[in-house]
Design a protein. Sequence first.
Length: 148
Amino acid sequence: MKKAIRNILAILLGLVIGSVVNMGLIMTGADLIPPPEGADVTSMEGLRASMHLFEAKNFVFPFLAHALGTFVGALITALIAASFKMRFAFGIGAAFMLGGIINSFLLPAPSWFIVLDLVAAYIPMAWLGGKLAMEIPRKKINLTRKKP
C-alpha cells in the first residue's frame, strides 16, 4: 500500500474510532451518572438551557470521553500511519480540540471545565497516544520467497 493512502486511512480511522469512543463514553456516562432532575439532554437547546443544573460529577464522563476519544484516535492513527506518526497523532488531537473549542462556545459549561478540557484532554492525550504507538514493537513480516 502506498504511504499516502496508508496515512490517509490512518487519519480517517483515527477520527472515526476516536469519535466512537467519545460517543460511547458520553452515552455510558449518562447511565452511570444521570443528568440532574429537570435537565433536558435530548437536544442542544435543552442541554444549553439546563447546563446551570449540572454539578461537577456530571462533567466526569464528558472529560473522559474527550480525553480517551483523543487518546484512542491518536493511538490508532500513529499505529497505522506509514510515516510522520507523531505529527498525525497531534493532528488528531488538534481536530478533537477544535471540536472542544466549538463545543465551549455552544454550551455554557463552567469555566473550570472548559479550561481543564482544553488544556488536559486533547494535546496531552494525543502526545500520549502517539508515544505509546511508537513504543509498541512492530514485527516486520517478510513475504518474499527465498531462493534455494
